[in-house]
Design a protein around this ligand. Structure first.
Ligand code: MLT
Ligand code: ZN
Length: 490
């Protein structure tokens, strides 16, 4: 039985349009779509719509729009900030892209992939790899996260340091707007200055302006040489110095440069099956470096050994291990990719997905550690992240044996303390995860004035009745969450 019923004419029209596989109303079927990966939010919905094509999606959205039913776009449901979870009213429908799973074309002359929104990032990477190409975006949740979701949230991840965020990779886009109009921006041009770049408005809008249904993604030649090393370092300052040493020699070779604190790495080693630290002894912190080149037999090994040799000699790095095979490379990456999972297994955690200018990273870590330890004695400070692009996941895990609910009740205290430091350092409170519903409360103080006003105006213009992913990005209206946003003075 559905949790709340849709009006009968809408129910019948959606069922006729989408068929039983595309229209789920039974709570057993819909409940997985109403809880986020972190299990922080437990919403309700009237139905889950699973269109198989853009046309079905457009017609379903038009029907919901005409009946005033709020819609929550959802991809692989891997949001870290509750960005794809419906609220508790049960009035909304979730619009899932999971049945739009076609890789439509791979084009070798301009190195592009045309793909539907529901293709998982991993499936898209594999399709590119099968053609000798690289889809240069890599995130821990790539097995489930889909193309529509990564574009809607402008995902970053491990290769931003070299190729940029999702935003930089999308040449073309198609989206269904809140009234069901299909916005076709499927152009594959590197140069196109014909007015506003509307695709960039949809990218990173977290589904508040429409549902991304297809995209044209820029690919790269696949690397044929790779060198990967895990290095033991004293702290983030040493990791940054090591990053600078590689950059001085050849910035174009750096494919990824990641940071992991000793506390966070210890959780991976203890809680993740098959993870084991290939160094003599645990270190206070680690850097994972990957160099890559499309040129087979390139001199990456020399570069890696030269830089690490000097770093070991100067004491910047105290120990290091180089992957000698693809299996070892994947084992090193497992130690990085499993941080989110390990922290989940360690109990409740508060995530601060922040970015600051590179020189400020050591201060951020030192000051935020002090502030959080003062707030909650025994708190486990477990930062890690994409240090090469300035993005640190300053995550805090509950004290051992503490009550998870009691710990989570302090989430705003923790986020506020970290945010205050990040603000002083000219950073951002959301680097790559988005605002979702978790961080909406921070928006007025961070993006106040002309910036938030302009965002409101755009939202009002494109979704005047606030039906598309209500309650996300914008601060709650303290009402039902579905009210029209206040009109702003013109
Ligand atoms: C990652 O880089 O693994 C995720 O974005 C981070 C997180 O769990 O905070
Ligand atoms: Zn990340």
């Amino acid at each position: 039985m559905p949790e709340t019923a849709l009006p009968a004419p809408l129910h019948d029209a959606l069922l006729a349009l989408l068929g039983p596989a595309g229209f789920l109303t039974d709570t057993t079927d819909t409940s997985p779509f109403c809880t986020d990966w972190r299990a922080l939010y437990h919403g309700r919905c009237a139905a889950v719509l699973r269109p198989a094509t853009t046309e079905e999606c457009a017609q379903a959205v038009a029907l919901c729009h005409d009946h005033g039913v709020p819609m929550v776009p959802q991809g692989g449901n891997t949001s870290m900030v509750g960005g794809a979870t419906p609220d508790g009213s049960g009035r909304s429908v979730v619009v899932s892209t999971t049945r739009m799973r076609r890789v439509i074309a791979i084009e070798h002359t301009d190195l592009t992939m045309t793909v539907e929104a529901g293709v998982t990032l991993k499936a898209a990477q594999d399709a590119a790899a099968a053609e000798g190409l690289l889809l240069p975006l890599s995130i821990s949740s790539e097995g489930s996260a889909d193309i529509g979701g990564i574009l809607s949230t402008n995902a970053g991840g491990n290769n931003t340091v070299r190729y940029g965020n999702a935003r930089e990779l999308a040449l073309g886009l198609e989206a269904v707007l809140p009234d069901g109009t299909v916005l076709d921006l499927m152009r594959r041009l590197r140069k196109d200055n014909t007015g506003y770049a509307l695709r960039q408005l949809l990218i990173g809008a977290e589904g508040t302006l429409g549902i991304i249904t297809r995209a044209i993604i820029q690919l790269q030649p696949a690397p044929r040489a790779r060198e990967t090393a895990l290095c033991a370092v004293a702290d983030a300052k040493a990791a940054l110095d090591l990053f600078a040493a590689f950059r001085r020699e050849d910035p174009s070779a750096i494919q990824a440069f990641e940071f992991m604190s000793g506390v966070s790495m210890a959780l991976v080693n203890t809680l993740v099956e098959g993870a084991s630290l290939p160094l003599e002894q645990p270190a206070p912190a680690y850097a994972l470096v990957e160099l890559a080149s499309p040129r087979a037999g390139s001199s990456l090994r020399d570069l890696m050994e030269d830089v690490l040799g000097q770093a070991l000699e100067s004491g910047l790095v105290s120990d290091a291990v180089l992957a000698e095979s693809e299996t070892q490379r994947l084992e090193l990456w497992k130690l990085r990719e499993e941080h989110a999972e390990a922290q989940k297994r360690a109990g409740a955690s508060v995530k601060n997905d922040v970015s600051v200018p590179l020189p400020a990273i050591p201060t951020l870590i030192a000051e935020a550690t002090k502030a959080c330890e003062a707030l909650i004695p025994g708190i486990r400070v477990a930062p890690f992240g994409h240090i090469g692009d300035g993005n640190i996941h300053f995550n805090l895990v509950q004290p051992e044996g503490a009550n998870p609910e009691t710990f989570l009740a302090r989430d705003h205290d923790i986020m506020d303390a970290v945010a205050a430091i990040v603000r002083r350092l000219d950073g951002s409170f959301s680097a790559e995860h988005g605002v979702g519903q978790l961080k909406t409360y921070l928006m007025p103080s961070w993006r106040g004035g002309a910036e938030l006003t302009t965002m409101h105006r755009i939202k009002n213009a494109m979704d005047p009745t606030n039906l598309m992913n209500p309650g996300k990005i914008f601060p709650p209206d303290r009402g039902t969450g579905h009210k029209i946003l206040p009109k702003l003075p013109t």
